[in-house]
Design a protein around this ligand. Structure first.
Ligand SMILES: [Zn+2]
Length: 316
């Protein structure tokens, strides 16, 4: 065996390198093992194993978990931290940002069986409800005349059925999901569209009101910018779509195909849809008309007006 040069590592028989610090301080495992083999030291703070006494590694500094935890807590507090849970800060002290509160009954006790909307001054939920009731939200969803509501609708004999159906679809009490209102111009069909949209938006339903002319214009311009499919998908998936004034726009094969695609998707997915037209029902495309004539899901209301020359009777 040749003599080893100073500073070089020693090769073990297995071919692994031995520690570089042969004569230096040993690691903790080595210390513990050595102490176990020696006579148990008579020192305070040691652990008796029954057979041998091992001294704790010196770096812990404390002799129990409790002491180490107190050390950690003290150091944390010296740095300005705390282990106490941070109290939640609510924007609305009345409802704790839930948006609803339990009312008081006649005797002044809290009635836990009921909830009512919170009306706190700092309540975000109350502000959102106020926004939903306002004209700003309605205009953002396509309502051009927010003042046209069910309350301001002037009911006439020929519009009773149309008003009833529109109100049911708007307030969510309807047992149908598709509604077609047909009749002559100037008898309040657009007013009913605005009223339906406002009532539906007020209830928090994702609603969109659009005239069919504007719908085709949006689709055409989107096609030019290669965003046609996303615009189409948006109209397809809107929770409640109100299409006003279908008729004169129905022209090219492309428009017919896109409109048919939109209506087929919404009918197949049971998405509430309302449409108005001043055309006679017989002039509507068969595929569109047949869906509105499906009594399981749809209703047709004839909003009769003096200039309406329809020969069909309302399907009620
Ligand atoms: Zn509140």
């Amino acid at each position: 065996m040749s003599s080893r040069k100073p500073g070089k590592d020693t090769k073990t028989p297995a071919g692994t390198r031995a520690p570089r610090h042969e004569a230096g301080p040993r690691d903790h495992d080595s210390v513990a093992l050595t102490l176990c083999l020696q006579k148990p030291p008579e020192k305070h703070g040691s652990i008796s194993t029954g057979h041998a006494v091992a001294e704790r590694p010196p770096h812990h500094g404390s002799s129990s978990i409790g002491e180490r935890f107190r050390d950690y807590k003290r150091q944390l507090e010296e740095r300005g931290g705390t282990l106490e849970p941070t109290p939640r800060v609510y924007t609305c002290a009345l409802c704790h940002d839930v948006g609803y509160v339990h009312p008081l009954d006649e005797s002044g006790r809290v009635d836990y069986s009921r909830v009512v909307p919170c009306e706190g001054n700092n309540c975000a939920a109350a502000r959102y409800r106020k926004y939903q009731r306002g004209e700003e939200a309605a205009r953002a969803r396509g309502v051009r005349s927010p003042q046209q509501t069910f309350e301001t609708f002037e009911q006439r004999d020929g519009s009773r059925q149309a008003l009833s159906y529109a109100r049911q679809l708007g307030d969510g009490s309807a047992t149908f999901i598709w509604l077609l209102i047909f009749g002559g111009t100037g008898n309040g069909k657009t007013h009913l569209c605005n009223a339906m949209a406002r009532e539906s938006i007020r209830r928090g339903v994702d609603t969109r009101l659009v005239s069919v002319a504007d719908l085709f214009a949006a689709l055409r311009s989107a096609m030019d910018t290669s965003k046609g499919e996303s615009v189409m998908a948006w109209y397809k998936q809107t929770q409640f779509l109100i299409l006003d004034d279908y008729g004169v726009q129905y022209g090219s094969d492309w428009e017919a195909a896109r409109f048919d695609e939109l209506m087929t998707f919404r009918f197949a997915n049971y998405l509430p849809t309302a449409m108005t037209t001043n055309l006679d029902l017989v002039t509507l495309p068969e595929r569109i008309r047949s869906r509105f004539e499906d009594r399981r899901l749809s209703r047709i209301a004839h909003n009769s007006a003096p200039d309406c020359r329809s020969t069909l009777r309302p399907a009620v």
